[in-house]
Design a protein around this ligand. Sequence first.
Ligand code: NAI
Ligand code: AKG
Length: 438
Amino acid sequence: MPNSPARILADLGFRYDPANVYQQVITQVLEAGHRLNLPRHLQLIMAEPKSEVMVHFPVEMDDGSFKLFKGYRVQHNNILGPYKGGIRYHHGVSLDHVKALSVLMTMKCSLAGLPLGGGKGGVQVNPRELSQDELMRLTRRFTAALGDNIGPNHDIPAPDVGTNAQVMAWMADTYINFNNATHHGSGAAVVTGKPVAFGGSVGREKATGQGVVYVIEDLLPEMISKPLADTTYSVVGYGNVGSWTGKLMAAHGSKLLAVMDHTGAIAPNDVAEGLDAIALADYVTETGGVANFPGSKPISEEAFYTTKVDLFVPAALEQMIGTKEAQMLNCRVIAEAANAPTTPEGEKVLAERGIDVLPAILCNCGGVVVSYFEWMQNRQSEIWELDRVDAELRKHMRSAAAKVLAARTELDCDMRTAAFAAALKHVAEVYRLRGIFP
Ligand SMILES: NC(=O)C1=CN([C@@H]2O[C@H](COP(=O)(O)OP(=O)(O)OC[C@H]3O[C@@H](n4cnc5c(N)ncnc54)[C@H](O)[C@@H]3O)[C@@H](O)[C@H]2O)C=CC1
Ligand SMILES: O=C(O)CCC(=O)C(=O)O
């Protein structure tokens, strides 16, 4: 079949590697395109990013020595608008990871109805091993090394795993200094997720978790025939996205029965009470992880995955739900807060076991939606109130969910394929309208 994902990837010279995260993600996207009968030229365009930038840059450590770091910025597609997507600081960052995440950004921005394309970046580093000063120097050097590859009209980074509002402030400041751009001109709009005092938007810090919870509020009760007040859930990853999801689920009275992060897995001493999701978020901010949280006991990874809950929320890294985890999970629904947390093999097992998956590009698009609001505020010198941000975010999340449900009915497929199909349909329409492709 000339248009099958395998054929497209083979024609582009990919060597088949089922464990490769980029191949996993792009195959899923191309499968959705195949179902939509997207023309071959569009499938080819989607199959590779427009640009892959790799930089090496030296950073002075506190002891006076220099280390060389490797960073990436991958720009997948900008037919809908400037490239947009986060910057990750993690020791496992690789070109294929960043490529996979950049495709997901193109899909996510399209599904969310934003005039933005898809990009992603990262540096191979464990930020926990650096002092604040080293982190600042690394961020400034990385931003300088990216040079004109980023810019408020071209490519706009944001936070992701291992980065935060402070890192974005350093990026913006470096960009502004290098480009002689003023703070209140277009300069600050070069990145989003900045501190509110420096051009950030209220509501951006919680936006991804808020979007996840809006999707859960709208779709989950019907799927499990229970109100959120009676819902139990578990979370892997209790950083920005996981902890905000926890805090906002707590407001609904949902019960958190297990959490795992890079420091270990915990369960409540009193199962009837559950874990205090809000206190846990404060504890993680103070200590760096969930281990030894008062009122909890340590549990094994197996005990974490087999905890019986209604909802499981992966909010950590890619490919965490493989065959083994999918077989262990004891839940009814998964709301993917992380990007690409489920492998295709894991997904097959989940489908066989009747576990429904709310896909990542729907669940976690709230982050980039509020980033878009921040970018608009910067460009128009506006400051929005939280009520407005939340109300507009809710509209975008509802509209994205409606597109996914409509595509699922139209194509009679799973939610992930439906989400990619809805996103691709919009991208294809814009290519056609612009006269680039028939
Ligand atoms: N920050 C944002 O606005 C957005 C983030 N995402 C995605 O959400 C996910 C989480 O991102 P953030 O919360 O921003 O990152 P973060 O850096 O704030 O938190 C990451 C969490 O993952 C945990 N983790 C790392 N390795 C782990 C392992 N091997 N086992 C268990 N837990 C592990 C860490 O302990 C931490 O709790 C990522 O997939 C990211 O791409 C998606 C959309 C937007
Ligand atoms: O806020 C943004 O621009 C991007 C967030 C992001 O990296 C993601 O959605 O994965």
